[in-house]
Design a protein around this ligand. Sequence first.
Ligand code: KG4
Ligand code: ZN
Length: 377
Amino acid sequence: MNVMNNAHRPARNPVVLGIETSCDETGVGIVRGRRLLANTVRSSMDQHARFGGVIPEIASRAHLEAIIPTLHEALHTAGVTLEDVDAITVTAGPGLAGALMVGVSAAKALALATGKPLYGVNHLVAHVCVGLLEHQDVTTGRKLLNQDGKVLPGLGALLVSGGHTEILKVNDIAHDVQLLGATIDDAAGEAYDKVARLLGLGYPGGPAIDHAASDAAATMKFPQGLSHAKYMGSADHPGKHRYDFSFSGLKTAVARVVEAYEAANETVPVGQIAASFQESVVDVLSRKTVLAATENGINTLLLGGGVAANSRLRQVLAQRCAEYGVDLVVPPLALCTDNGAMVAALGAHLMGHGTAASPWGFTADPGLPVTAVSVGV
Ligand code: KG4
Ligand code: ZN
């Protein structure tokens, strides 16, 4: 392409449009500075339900069908036109390759047609930006940004969804985000979905297990991956996986228990298994996150991703954070799950920091590392 992407024009409160298509949600969000103007999301979740998990080809096709109506609706809700928009931002990765490509192509077409600067950004960092939107930080009473809109020291995040499980430390939202820990196999939400299938519960598995566990006792002891001393080490000599997670062994342990009941022709105690599984996930997530926070100077923790809806996780994480003096920020669920507003919010921060727009040639990057906040700069 021989057209140059527009140079960045600093604006105090830029109107930014964000596009998100990394998994099964087609999201278009619009912000003015830190103010949320629109957050329109269409989900293809129903189309994946009978498979028990997201099917990439179905997700890509659904994005194609949804992107234009979602864009129109977001502009209408925000009461702005494309002319009013100062920049277009799109999730460039990580995520499903085909799904990401739909958003990136749509964003390039929009930017080219309107002459607006385009930012390809990191999905995980975008999740954090939701907590920096106006009114999100007031819940803790602690300021998250200084006068210049820079992140104050001590911000961290736990992102838990069907696609990711990460503990992040945010030193500078525009170019310095550290990955402290992550899952080495299944994501937390993925573990919920797989275990729900083993227990004959519906998809998505998270809400189904949360519900089944609500009036049952967690009497069974299930493993907690990477919790052994050899992986944890100590604060002075941290083990390789001190802040990492693994959920595949837990899923196998549940499968064995279910098989044993079935082999003995006994009724599977679904509630009890769900509660015990959930206790194992919630305990390891909250324990390692608070450990990472206290050992890395994190005083404010943002919870993001679909698993943030989990009642037990919210309860236990809030307790542990309070115990260790960490403020917990849990945005409304519509902002925790994948959406375009978070992408737009990151775009507004990048403009505020004077970050250069991405070059036209950038492509979707399914494995984009969290250290790459925006691509091509
Ligand atoms: O962020 P999200 O909507 O989409 C992506 O995965 O990107 O997260 C969906 C995940 C699913 O795995 C779902 O089972 C899980 O979030 N989830 C829950 C709950 N509600 C949704 N997991 C545990 N407890 C819940 N209440
Ligand atoms: Zn996500």
